[in-house]
Design a protein around this ligand. Structure first.
Ligand SMILES: Cc1cc2nc3c(=O)[nH]c(=O)nc-3n(C[C@H](O)[C@H](O)[C@H](O)COP(=O)(O)O)c2cc1C
Length: 370
C-alpha cells in the first residue's frame, strides 16, 4: 500500500478573513525597479503570474502613493494616476486568472529620497528635518539623500489622504486589498521610531503620539476600502535607513494592541533577527508577545526556509509566512516546499537591475530541471 505523504504545515489551508487560502507560503513584497517612469510594465504580468498558485497570497512590490512627495527610487511603480491603474489591471487579472489573491503594498519613502524625485527639486518630507548619513555604495558612489523638510502639523492630513486615495486606486485596479508599508525606515516607520521622530506636536514624543500617524493612515484606509481588506507591515526591531527605536518590543506591542481597535485583516511583522537588511543575526527577541496580543491574522517574514516556516506554523508562532528571496528565485516555491524539492539560488546582483527578463522572469520551474 502506498504510504501517504506527510503533511507539510506550510501547505495547509487557511481562512484569511474573507479569503480562503490553500497554503501559507506568501510572496513577500519586493521592489524590483522595473516599472519604467513609475508605470507598471507588461513584463510584470508574467513575473507575478509565475508566482501565483490557486489560493495563494501575493503582496506586490512597494508602490508609491503620490508623485508629489512619496517617491524614493527610480522605476518604482505608482498607484496615483489613471495610467498606472490601467497598467496594473492586466497584472492583477493574470494573478486572479490563476486563482491568486493579490494585495498592493502602498508606500511613501519619506526622507529616504532626494530632491531629484521631488517636484521642483524640493526637499523630501518627513516627521523630522534630520537627514540620513551619506553611505558609500559597493559601486563606489555615495547615496544622495537630501535632508528632509519636517511636515507641519496641518500638512499631515494631506499625506493621510494620499494613502487613502492610493488604496481606493488599488481597489479600482482590481487588487483584493492593500498592505500599508509601515516597515524598513520609510515614512510610516519614521513617525513611529524614537531615534527619528523628534516632533513636539501631537505626532511626536510619547508612544501614543508617535503611533498616531500610522494609526490615522490605517483608519482612513479601513474606512475607504473596508478593514477586512487592510493589512500593515511593521519592523519594530529593524534599523534600516537609520530608523531605530529604543524599545522595539514596547513599540510593536503598542501597535498591535492599537490595531485591534480597527479589526484589520492582518499584521505582517519582520523578524527581529533581520535587524540589518540582508543578514540574520543572533538576537534575544521574538515576535511571540505581538503574535499573542494581535487578534487578526499574523504574518511573519525574514530569513525563513522550509523548515523554519513549517515550525512557525506548527508552533502557532504565525498563521502565514512571507518569503522574499526564495520566492524571487523560485517561482513555484509552494510546490517545491510541498515536495521538499531543491531550490534555485538567487542572484543578488540582479535584484535591482532594470532588466525586464534576466533575474526577473527567467528563474526555472521545477519541471524545467527534468
Ligand atoms: C529585491 C528585494 C526587494 C524588496 N522590496 C521590498 C519592498 O518593496 N517592500 C518591503 O516591505 N520589503 C521589501 N523587501 C524585503 C522582503 O519583503 C523581505 O522582508 C526580506 O527579503 C526578508 O525576507 P527573506 O529572508 O525571505 O528574503 C525586499 C527584499 C528584496 C530581496
Amino acid at each position: 500500500m502506498a504510504s501517504k505523504s506527510p503533511i507539510v504545515p506550510l501547505i495547509t489551508p487557511y481562512k484569511f478573513g474573507i479569503f480562503n487560502l490553500s497554503h501559507r507560503v506568501v510572496l513577500a513584497p519586493m521592489g524590483r525597479l522595473r516599472s519604467y517612469n513609475n508605470v507598471p510594465q507588461p513584463h510584470a504580468i508574467l513575473y507575478y503570474s509565475q508566482r501565483t498558485t490557486n489560493g495563494g497570497l501575493l503582496i506586490s512590490e512597494a508602490t508609491c502613493i503620490s508623485p508629489t512627495t512619496a517617491i524614493g527610487y527610480t522605476n518604482i511603480p505608482g498607484i496615483w494616476s489613471k495610467e498606472q491603474i490601467e497598467a496594473w489591471k492586466p497584472i492583477v487579472d493574470a494573478v486572479h486568472a490563476k486563482g491568486g489573491i493579490f494585495l498592493c503594498q502602498i508606500w511613501h519613502a519619506g526622507r529616504v529620497s532626494n530632491s531629484g524625485f521631488q517636484p521642483n527639486g524640493q526637499a523630501p518630507i518627513s516627521c523630522t528635518d534630520k537627514g540620513l548619513t551619506p553611505q558609500l555604495l559597493s559601486d563606489g558612489n555615495v547615496t544622495e539623500n537630501t535632508p528632509p523638510r519636517r511636515l507641519t502639523t496641518d500638512e499631515i492630513p494631506q499625506i493621510i489622504n494620499d494613502f487613502r486615495l492610493a488604496a481606493r486606486n488599488a481597489m479600482e485596479a482590481g487588487f483584493d486589498g492593500v498592505e500599508i508599508h509601515g516597515a524598513h525606515g520609510y515614512l510610516v516607520d519614521q513617525f513611529m521610531k524614537d531615534n527619528v521622530n523628534d516632533r513636539t506636536d501631537e505626532y511626536g514624543g510619547s508612544l501614543e503620539n508617535r503611533c498616531r500617524f500610522p494609526l490615522e493612515v490605517v483608519k482612513a484606509i479601513a474606512e475607504e476600502i473596508g478593514a477586512e481588506r487592510v493589512g500593515i507591515r511593521l519592523s519594530p526591531f529593524a534599523n534600516y535607513n537609520e530608523c531605530e527605536d529604543s524599545n522595539p518590543e514596547e513599540l510593536g506591542l503598542y501597535m498591535v494592541n492599537a490595531l485591534n481597535n480597527y479589526n484589520i485583516l492582518y499584521c505582517h511583522m519582520v523578524e527581529p533577527r533581520m535587524k540589518t537588511f540582508w543578514d540574520k543575526i543572533d538576537c534575544p527577541h521574538c515576535l511571540a508577545p505581538m503574535r499573542k496580543a494581535f487578534n487578526g491574522t499574523f504574518m511573519v517574514a525574514g530569513g525563513y526556509d522550509r523548515e523554519g516556516g513549517n515550525n512557525a506554523v506548527v508552533e502557532n508562532r504565525a498563521d502565514l509566512v512571507a518569503y522574499g528571496r526564495w520566492f524571487l528565485s523560485n517561482p513555484d516555491l509552494p510546490k517545491r516546499f510541498e515536495l521538499d524539492a531543491p531550490l534555485n539560488k538567487y542572484q543578488r546582483e540582479m535584484f535591482y537591475t532594470f532588466d525586464p527578463v534576466i533575474g526577473y522572469i527567467d528563474y526555472p520551474f521545477l519541471e524545467d530541471n527534468y
